[in-house]
Design a protein around this ligand. Structure first.
Ligand code: GLU
Length: 276
């Protein structure tokens, strides 16, 4: 059965970009007679405000969407730890004590999601008194999996290129998983067959595909949709003044009408859809 999901992080209120993403995922499932899931990705430590999850549910209801809710990430920490232990037993993780400043100072190259870790701690013993994250040795991982491919509904067949993000963090200094590890495990556990999300997460999929191969997880398809952009042509963000769905909802506007307009590519004032 086609299963899609919307997986917001309760770090701030939802905006039109989230609404669009949720509608795309919902409608793809509905068109296939499948399931649409809501998963709250609430392990982003201090930035996470669990009380926002209720606002999210009200927003989705306001948009006229129906969903099945699955466990939030905070209820799945043991599964993340278990997978990290498996990868560690395969010799694929190494501790890294670098701070953001250390990575900048090491002359790291810019990548699609900020600086790419230059491998400073790889093969070294680190000071055990310092907090350490665990990074994936991507070169070594690829020697186990060999070349990998994945399929995107819009972009077509892809050759996985996990090196583009470098040795990503899989276990954070403060948490038993990073986004990459948690989202990959959750999608498998939730039976997601079509991972629907914004194009900004396209590079992350190369890493997720690698993790699926290493952990022998089922391989879904992906649907990376174009992003809604603000007047400056930038991705919508609460911090750049994008209005929250909750504001429109509380002002008594009609959410299902808004959802239908988004379906017809009629964007709220000042917003446009980026290129695919
Ligand atoms: N939790 C992520 C976010 O809010 C989405 C993750 C995903 O769709 O894979 O940006």
């Amino acid at each position: 059965m086609v299963t899609t999901r919307f997986a917001p992080s309760p770090n701030g209120l939802l905006h039109w970009g989230h609404a669009y993403s949720a509608i795309v995922a919902h409608d793809l499932a509905q068109a296939a007679g499948g399931r649409f899931l809501l998963r709250i990705e609430d392990i982003d430590g201090p930035r996470s405000r669990p009380e926002l999850a209720d606002e999210f549910r009200r927003d989705l209801e306001w948009l006229g969407l129906e969903w099945d809710e699955v466990l939030p990430q905070s209820a799945r920490l043991a599964s993340y730890q278990h997978a990290a232990e498996q990868l560690a037993a395969m010799g694929l993780l190494y501790p890294c004590t670098c701070t953001r400043k250390d990575i900048e100072a090491a002359g790291a190259r810019p990548g699609p999601e900020g600086l790419v870790y230059p491998g400073t701690c790889k093969g070294k013993s680190v000071d055990p008194s310092l907090p350490a994250a665990m990074r994936l040795d991507v070169v070594k991982a690829l020697t186990i999996t060999g070349a990998l491919t994945w399929d995107d509904n819009l972009a077509g067949a892809q050759a996985a290129d996990p090196l583009t993000l470098g040795d990503v963090v899989l276990v954070r200094k403060d948490l038993p998983a990073s986004y990459h590890l948690a989202a990959t495990l959750d999608d498998a556990a939730d039976g997601v067959t079509l991972v629907t999300r914004g194009q900004d997460l396209f590079p992350a999929t190369h890493v997720h595909r690698l993790l699926q191969a290493l952990l022998r997880l089922p391989v879904p398809r992906w649907h990376h949709h174009a992003l809604l952009l603000d007047e400056a042509g930038q991705k919508l963000a609460k911090r750049r003044g994008s209005k929250a769905l909750a504001d429109h909802r509380k002002a008594g506007e009609n959410g299902t009408q808004w959802a239908d307009r988004l379906r017809m590519d009629q964007w709220p004032c000042g917003i446009s859809l980026g290129s695919t």
